[in-house]
Ligand binder design. Structure first.
Ligand code: ZN
Length: 319
């Protein structure tokens, strides 16, 4: 964990404005997105993935990403993250001033072809172009570059992916100029044992410092169990979505990403500092629910409330 986040133990990266919103039918008005991002940052969230630089015809929900990045950059202390599908998206992301760029690489080539219409070789070439683009920026203005190994716990089209292929692609992303790789359970196939296994496998290839984060979905109800396994392995960045927005069309009752509110509760209850004020976070949920009246929101803490006598992890000065 770097100096930016050194007063916390775990970085909770909010991905609702990207992963959540891209998965639902409603289009959230730009002003409502800004209010969401501002309120969540004010609650103590340090990193928010605010959008994706994809053509608006593909994802009209995220068409205002450049404007959202420009706004989010005005919030002090917030790391503004975006997803990009290719070098062209990265160019827009760099121009917008995003702090962190994530390029997904589906380790299943069938999935990669179906989703991005690109082979592995083509995606790695895009990663290389992005790496060079970032290196050409003046020092201090270079966004952090993460290659995300998506469908790494299994693919809905191919099933399990071989360890050799996962290792080869992790190495290729690092060689292409990524600062780190992340694990992404796009399909909700992960379980705690496979989380431990994949972390060890990828660390073996890229080194411990180049794998710090994981992106989990709760499709089969194992989201928090998987998060705990990742914590036990020493990962320090966990993606989550407020209200678990997005859901899963094939699994009624299942949230999309793991639910930020429940994750923060688990971490703080365990004594792990997130820097997030749970009461303020729950208030943000109300704001988002009002802006998305058609959408279902998930999570247990918002209904059950905090346990009597609950105390958040103590801030550093009190230890
Ligand atoms: Zn996702």
């Amino acid at each position: 964990m770097d100096a930016r986040t050194s007063d916390i133990d775990i970085l909770v990266s909010e991905v609702g404005p990207r992963d959540g919103l891209q998965s639902i039918g409603s289009i959230m008005p730009t002003e409502a997105k800004k209010a969401w991002i501002a309120a969540e940052a004010a609650a103590g969230v340090r990193e928010i993935e605010v959008g994706s630089f994809v053509p608006a015809r593909l994802l009209p929900q995220l068409a205002d990403t450049a404007e959202i990045v420009a706004y989010a950059r005005t919030i002090p202390g917030l790391t503004v993250a975006v997803l990009v599908p290719n070098a062209r998206g990265a160019e827009a992301a760099i121009a917008s001033g995003a702090d962190k760029i994530t390029l997904p690489l589906s380790v299943s080539e069938t999935h990669s072809l179906a989703n991005l219409r690109r082979t592995h070789e083509q995606v790695i070439a895009e990663a290389g172009a992005i790496g060079r683009m970032i290196a050409a920026q003046p020092p201090g203005l270079r966004p952090h570059f993460e290659g995300s190994l998506s469908t790494v716990f299994g693919c809905t089209l191919e099933g399990p992916i071989s360890d050799a292929q996962v290792g080869r692609l992790a190495a290729a992303l690092m060689n292409a100029g990524c600062d780190e790789v992340g694990l992404s359970d796009t399909t909700g196939y992960a379980d705690p044992a496979s989380v431990r296994r994949l972390i060890a496998l990828v660390r073996n290839v890229v080194g411990r410092g180049a794998l710090t984060g994981i992106h989990l979905h709760n499709t089969r109800g194992l989201g928090l169990a998987n998060a705990l396994a990742a914590l036990d392995c020493g990962l320090t960045t966990l993606d989550a979505s407020l209200g678990g927005i997005g859901g899963c069309p094939f699994a009624p009752g299942a949230s999309g990403n793991i639910v930020t509110e429940d994750l923060v509760f688990m971490l703080e209850a365990m004594g792990l500092r997130t820097g997030i004020d749970i009461d303020r976070l729950l208030a943000v949920r109300e704001l988002v629910a009002q802006a998305l009246p058609q959408e279902e929101m998930f999570g247990f803490l918002p209904d059950a409330k905090l346990p009597l006598g609950f105390r958040s992890a103590p801030a550093l000065e009190y230890i």
